[in-house]
Design a protein around this ligand. Sequence first.
Ligand SMILES: Nc1ncnc2c1ncn2[C@@H]1O[C@H](COP(=O)(O)OP(=O)(O)O)[C@@H](O)[C@H]1O
Ligand SMILES: [Mg+2]
Length: 333
Amino acid sequence: MKEENLLIDVRDLRVYFHIEQGIVRAVDGLSFKIEKGQSIGIVGESGCGKTVTALSLMLLHPQPEGEIESGNIYYYPDGDRCIDIAKLGIYSRQIRNIRGNEIAMIFQEPMMSLNPVYKVGQQIMEAIRLHQKVDKTTAKELAIESLRRVKISAPERRINEYPFQLSGGMRQRVMIAIALSCNPNLLIADEPTTALDVTIEAEILKLIKDLQRELGTSLMMITHDLGVIGEVTDEVVVMYVGKIVEKAKTGKLFEKPLHPYTKALFKSRPEIRMTGRLSSIKGSVPNPYQLPEGCSFEPRCDEAMDICRKKAPDLYDLDGHCVSCWKFNLKEG
Ligand SMILES: Nc1ncnc2c1ncn2[C@@H]1O[C@H](COP(=O)(O)OP(=O)(O)O)[C@@H](O)[C@H]1O
Ligand SMILES: [Mg+2]
C-alpha cells in the first residue's frame, strides 16, 4: 500500500548505456521517494549519474544507447492512480502528457533550451498553449503573469525581447517561468545555477524555493555543490557512480555526514573550509568501464579497510539515515 503523500517512488532503477567500449551503468540500483510538496537534492561529482536519473523519470535518457534495464518509477499523479513510468513506451501518449506538463525540467544552460530566433514571450505562450486550451490574447496575459511570478521587471516589455538580450540569470528565470507555466507536480532543476555568478545563484535558488513552497510543487534539485542543497531541500541523496552512498534528511546530513565521500564533498566546499586551503577530493570518479571490484569509492577513500576492496557494501538504514559503507555494517562488521 502506498504512503499517503507519495508522488514518485523509484525502486531499484537501472539505466545502462551499451556502447562500443562496454556497458556504462549510469544508474545502478537506485531507490528513492519524493513526496508531494517535498524537495529532494541529488548531489555528486560530475559523471555520477545525476542527469541520467532525472531524464529517465521522463523517459528522456539518451536513446537508443541508454536503456532502462530494470526497476520501477512509480508515479502517483493523484489519489491512488499509479503509473509505472519505466514501463511506458517512449512515444506513448501517457508519457507525452507527463513531460513538461506534470514533470517539468530546467537545465544548467538556459540558452540551450531557449530558441534564439523567437521572442521570449512567443516561447512562453507556445509552452502555455501546448498544455492549455486558451486563445492568443489569454496566452499573452498568462505569459506576462508568469514573468511577473519569476520577478522579472517590466514583463510587458520583456516578452518582446530575444533570449540574447537577457542576462544569464534572466534567461534562467524565463526557463523557470516556462517550466512552471503548466503547474507541474514535479519540477526537476539540473544544476540550474552552475553557469551563473554566485550572487545571481543565491537569487535564483531563493526564487525556486519560494515558488516551490508557494505552488506546493515537489522539487528535485540536482547539484555537485552541497551548499546549494542546504537551504533548499528537505532530503538529500548523495550519488557516486550510479549508486546512492548516503541518503538522509538535510538537517541530519549536514549535522553529521557519515559516508567518507559525503565528508569529502563537504571538505571540498570553499565556503566551509576551515584550514584556509581548498581541498578537492583526491583522485577522480573511476572510469565507468573499469569500476573497482569492491566499493567504488575505495580507491579514493582515506578510511578504506580490507573488505572495501573485495565487496561492495549494502545501503544500511540507521534510523532513517542510510549509508552505504562497511564502517556502518552492523551485521558483519
Ligand atoms: N549518451 C551517452 N552515452 C554513453 N554514456 C553516457 C551517455 N550519457 C551519459 N553517459 C554516462 O553516464 C554516466 C552518468 O552521466 P550523467 O548522468 O550525465 O552524470 P552527472 O549528471 O552526474 O554529471 C557517465 O559515466 C556518462 O559518461
Ligand atoms: Mg549532469
